[in-house]
Design a protein around this ligand. Sequence first.
Ligand SMILES: [Zn+2]
Length: 376
Amino acid sequence: MEIQTALREINEAAARRPEGVVFAPIVMEGALEAGALAKVAPYLKARGCASVGLVADANTWAAAGERLAESLREAGIAHAVVRVKPDGQGDVIADERTIVQVLLETPKEARAILAVGSGTIHDVVRFVCAQTDRAFVSVPTAASVDGFTSVGAPIITGGFKQTVPAIAPEAIFADLDVLAAAPRRMTAAGFGDMLGKFTSLADWRFSAEQAGEPFCPLAYELTEQALTRCLEAVDEIASGSARGVEVLMEALLLSGWSMLLVGHSRPASGGEHHLSHHWEMAYLKEGRRQLLHGAKVGVAAVMLAKLYRERLAGAYPAVFGDLPDAERLRTWLRQAGGPSDPGDIGLTEALIGESLREAYLLRDRYTGLKHLALNA
Ligand SMILES: [Zn+2]
């Protein structure tokens, strides 16, 4: 996929069908292709960035950061490398500690910060760039999440996760060679995040119909298209082939752009994401190791698809009647090598019950999950 071509089509469609669109045209430079890493330094030079920060962790430094730093050195671009540190459990978290580290270690003169990594590093960098008025450049190292191109940054402060307004990247360089070399569980997580669109799209329609929440037919269709393309390439994605990773990354970008168009995450985040956020905070509180975002979303999507089909499809067939069978979702996730059942990610019955009752409280948004909790 050529990013500029895709964005031109989206922007033209947004001009034709503006209902619910609050942010258009989307302007984003970059490339999604094999070797895209080599395009970062020329881009920064052309943009006049003589000094940048590069944020990576130990894994993403090895996957792409080191090579990128070398190409910056060759191009004569000054760069400060910020190696974000894991917490006591070995996880890099988008929290106060990591944010302050990036603020402290990015030199004053750096005009841009490169996020080299997956979702967490992107969230930290998008927040710091928004707060310090710097350009944010995205360099994903795995097709693990759809949040690369979004504006909101889910940040954990005082153990509580909240999504704060930040900025979208001005450019994204997604190198297919890097993405294809990522651990299989990361690609599986990206696929899990995409399968979550089944329930997020249903919840979005439900929120519009039941509570009059903002809706955008175009963003709905774009997200649905992204999901359909993934399902058509499920064997390729599951095998981790270069083509599979490309289709998945395209879908994740498309999903991210849909959120950008409407200025909120409803197209891509419904009850399944609220469950995932609830579990994440519970794990943090208990000092347990974090799970990949998409891994939790995949498990939550299986759980909610089953619940929605059993409890809501009869009453609201137009919204929940077309959800796939939970068994179907489970098989797809397993095929991709991701977790599919609560036990796979260490969820206890108590935490599942608590999240089904309380997770809807995390966001002021009407969903099937909220409807069920309120009418229990
Ligand atoms: Zn997600």
